[in-house]
Design a protein around this ligand. Sequence first.
Ligand code: AGP
Length: 608
Amino acid sequence: MCGIIGYVGNEECAPILLEGLRRLEYRGYDSAGVAVHDGTELRVLRAAGKLTALGDALARTPVHGTTGIGHTRWATHGKPSEHNAHPHVSGGIAVVHNGIIENHVELKQRLKAEGREFLSDTDTEIVAHLVDLATQRGLDLFEALRSALREIRGAYAIAVMSKSDPARIVLAKNASPLVVGIGDGVMLAASDVPALLSHTRDVIFLEDGEMAEITRAKVRLERVDGTRVDRAPVRITWSLMQAERGGYKHFMLKEIHEQPRALEDTLRGRVVLETGDFEAGEMGIGDDDAKTVKRVILLACGTSYHAALHGRYLLEGLARVPAVAELASEFRYRNPVVGPGDLVVAVSQSGETADTLAAAKEAKERGARILAVVNVQGSAIARMAHGTLYTHAGPEIGVASTKCFTAQLAALTMLSIYLGRRRGAVTREVGVALLAELVAVPNKMRDVLATARHIETVARSIMHARDALFLGRGLSSAVALEGALKLKEISYVHAEGYAGGEMKHGPLALVDRDMPVVCLLPSDSTLEKMQSNVQEVRARDGQVIAVVDDDKAAASLAAHTLKVPPTHEWFTPLLTSIPLQLLSYYVADLRGTDVDQPRNLAKTVTVE
Ligand code: AGP
């Protein structure tokens, strides 16, 4: 997601800001900008594209000053472009922000009605206006930000500067990271530690609900409710490389651990708990469209195809609309029957996968409505679609998709409940109950992640296997396929994923004492049948690794159990995917493969 840097010191800050932003490049971005106080004015420079473009702009129009803020933007609201790049300015206020302001639509309407003019499509610009209005009421910068925070809802890390305050930056954090760096006569702020390390190793991590003010000599820390916070700085001992990965050994592991946040961000601002419904947002599917959809065709490749397979279950089960999932790479080769009345959902992390793009284009030419479920704003698939449902997982750097997969599952869940509510297949009462459970899932994900050490031990016991089998039925069948793909792509262990019912039709021949068989055994309607599969594997001495939400499910038959908390059966895959990702990760790491860049694979496949 976006990167923030702030500097209050004695040196020319533009190069320092640029260097700090370079250290945050790993977070992904599409545009960048800085605001520097030149002693009289706030000088703002922004550029679309890479930091070299911002560097060129600074070379053409140098800005001088010793206090400044900078930002790399990963678009969430509004296309990647110079006018949407941060900082956003209102009056004498400049703001950079990472996160999503949930109530931006209503606030923007109100501010427009009060005569405020907006120059961008972002949610962030609202913050600049709110702070500016509050300073006009006579509040100082810190209090003006506090007043703005009382009006906004959502996730944010915010840094604000004022024209009338040449050596002060005020900060706030809720659900997006922000850290203050304490130097000698110098204070900094950043989204992450790597941006600070060339200046200081003494840092204070802000907590949710906290604000800070930095000047050259002082850090002031408070909660938004006014309570004072005293927190001693901590000394960072990580290397720069470790710091970029948040202390994790690999980006993949970091991204696995980011899943609770990715899910929260994907749901944020869209869930309406009171009515058991979702906001349509930019999906472009009105009530009538939802009622008249005749069929949904989900198109995708690789991991996204596994999300699509699960989407088929959700769409048929919850929305009661006929649904099929198709490999985008095959779709065009069979002269598909597709046209008006079909909703084609193109599922893609990158939004650039050539096969998915080409298949969606073909469906569009034949008259189908296209909905893009993608993670990258303004990507090719998002641009060609009639509507978008963005997953807000943040940039995924490891080639093996993890947090984007579970965010896709969540997006397809939203789509299914949204369609189901309008088609009368999901009542208000059922919707309310489902959503109440869905918003509890991120914390249950955290519980699963807390078992990582145990999963590593299990990985150790299978690290020398040549082959592995993954079995799941019904709502767990796509998870089994994805579990096998994860293991093979990063550890190079040959792995097959099967619907449990298929085992006796062939793969059972492979099972012997050397074969780990990962069985998904959540307490749903398929449990008994899956238990029969477990018996069959055990009868051939296969080594069962059971993923359960109830210890009794695998009883004495499993060599190892990986436990997840119980949830509604529709949401179980959001939890059971995680132990499989961790298992693959640890097997690969123990075998010493290049986890983040597996051989022969690319993150985005832009050739057919
Ligand atoms: C998954 O770990 C792989 N990186 C791959 O299967 C990927 O999901 C596939 O190439 C599709 O990519 P997309 O989601 O960007 O369209």
